[in-house]
Design a protein around this ligand. Structure first.
Ligand SMILES: Nc1nc2c(ncn2[C@@H]2O[C@H](COP(=O)(O)OP(=O)(O)OP(=O)(O)O)[C@@H](O)[C@H]2O)c(=O)[nH]1
Ligand SMILES: [K+]
Ligand SMILES: [Mg+2]
Length: 351
């Protein structure tokens, strides 16, 4: 019979072995763990998702532990974090999921280690925070961007203004004014994807590649902030120099000294561009304590869905007060496709 001491030792070593294996997977290609490009299994929750992407040990877990109630283990060694750790940022009545992720290394998107899983999770984010170590070279940024681009993420660019409407019949109708691609080309691309009936409206001067991107829907256009941590360890001149670069997208912080964290949260909030809407019942004052937080582009229909599932099917009309009312400060009577803006007050009327 095995002694107690022995089994304790066995348990520890099995645990250690598992951790060592995970660590190795972060660096080595592994078909099972990272090859297929599946993300980590973390349910989306809250009003939006922000993903922390960076090389090992730049301070991602330290940041999560500082700004949310979740404790993510930190350490002076690489690959302390082995999976996705969600925390919640509470900001102006919104609840935003902040995801701490394992560090990635060059070649991550090609399946090097679990990097592929990490960048796949980034693809589901509403805002990406690329985190860097201010004491290291700025080369970090380009490498990280390359990894994200390799899985189809386009940082800080808007999706081209193209509208497709597939139909049962009627052929291809294209409304385009382009320099880099003509109507004939558009027809032949659509036909090569076996689309024979569709209306296309292109309101921007795009090229062939961009057209295919939109057609396949494979690209994700995600805003990104570049956060330099550990500014306690670099000179003031260096901090100033970095903060001037990159059109206001560089944010300088020190998790250790609690520097710049408020500014970072404010900048994340700006990039999320969440639309806060208050609901109001007939004859009552609007409920200002409990806003509905919606993604950019929200309409009255989105408001209905977030109140309850069946509401849209009983919708008759809505009244809106606020910037989206063309009679502001008076309310406007609107239909279900009306786009709402931040701070609108909405009353829904049903059949
Ligand atoms: N000087 C300094 N050190 C910091 C700061 N923030 C974090 N660190 C240290 O950096 C090391 C790495 O921090 P982590 O939070 O574990 O880094 P990580 O990016 O989560 O690392 P992985 O999970 O391994 O990818 C730890 O030793 C932290 O104490 C900071 O603002 N200044
Ligand atoms: K670490
Ligand atoms: Mg970590």
């Amino acid at each position: 019979m095995r002694s107690n001491a022995d089994s304790v030792w066995l348990v520890c070593s099995a645990e250690e072995a598992k951790l060592a294996k995970y660590r190795a997977q972060l660096l080595e290609p592994d078909k099972k763990a990272g090859g297929k490009g599946e993300g980590f299994d973390v349910l989306k929750s809250g009003d939006a998702r922000v993903a922390l992407i960076g090389f090992p040990s730049v301070g991602k877990s330290t940041l999560l532990s500082k700004v949310t109630k979740t404790e993510s283990i930190t350490g002076a060694y690489e690959f302390t974090t082995l999976t996705a750790i969600p925390g919640v940022l509470e900001y102006e009545g919104a609840r935003v999921q902040l995801l701490d992720l394992p560090g990635i290394v060059e070649g991550a998107a090609m399946g090097r280690g679990r990097g592929r899983q990490v960048v796949s999770v980034a693809k589901t984010a509403d805002v990406i925070v690329i985190m860097m170590d201010a004491t290291k070279s700025n080369e970090q940024r380009r490498l990280l961007e390359t990894e994200l681009e390799a899985v189809g993420i386009r940082l800080n660019t808007k999706a081209p203004d193209v509208v497709f409407r597939q139909k049962a019949a009627g052929g291809i109708n294209a409304t385009v004014k382009l320099n880099h691609i003509d109507e004939k080309m558009i027809r032949s691309i659509l036909q090569s994807y076996k689309i024979h009936n569709c209306d296309v409206m292109i309101r921007e001067d795009i090229d062939t590649d961009e057209f295919i991107d939109v057609l396949l829907g494979t690209r994700k256009y995600i805003p990104c902030l570049y956060v330099f941590n550990k500014i306690d360890s670099v000179s003031l001149e260096e901090v100033e120099r970095l903060s001037m670069e990159n059109e206001g997208r560089n944010v300088m912080i020190s998790c250790e000294l609690d520097l710049g964290l408020d500014i970072l949260l404010e900048r994340i909030w700006e990039e999320l561009r969440l639309v806060k809407v208050y609901t109001k019942r007939r004859g009552a004052l609007p409920d200002l304590s409990d806003p509905i937080c919606l993604r950019p582009g929200a309409t009255i229909e989105t408001v209905c869905h977030s109140i309850h599932r069946g509401l849209a099917s009983h919708f008759k009309y809505a009244l809106v007060w606020g910037k989206s009312s063309k009679f502001s400060p008076q309310p406007q009577k609107v239909g279900i496709t009306h786009a709402v803006t931040d701070e609108d007050v909405v009353s829904i009327f049903t059949k």
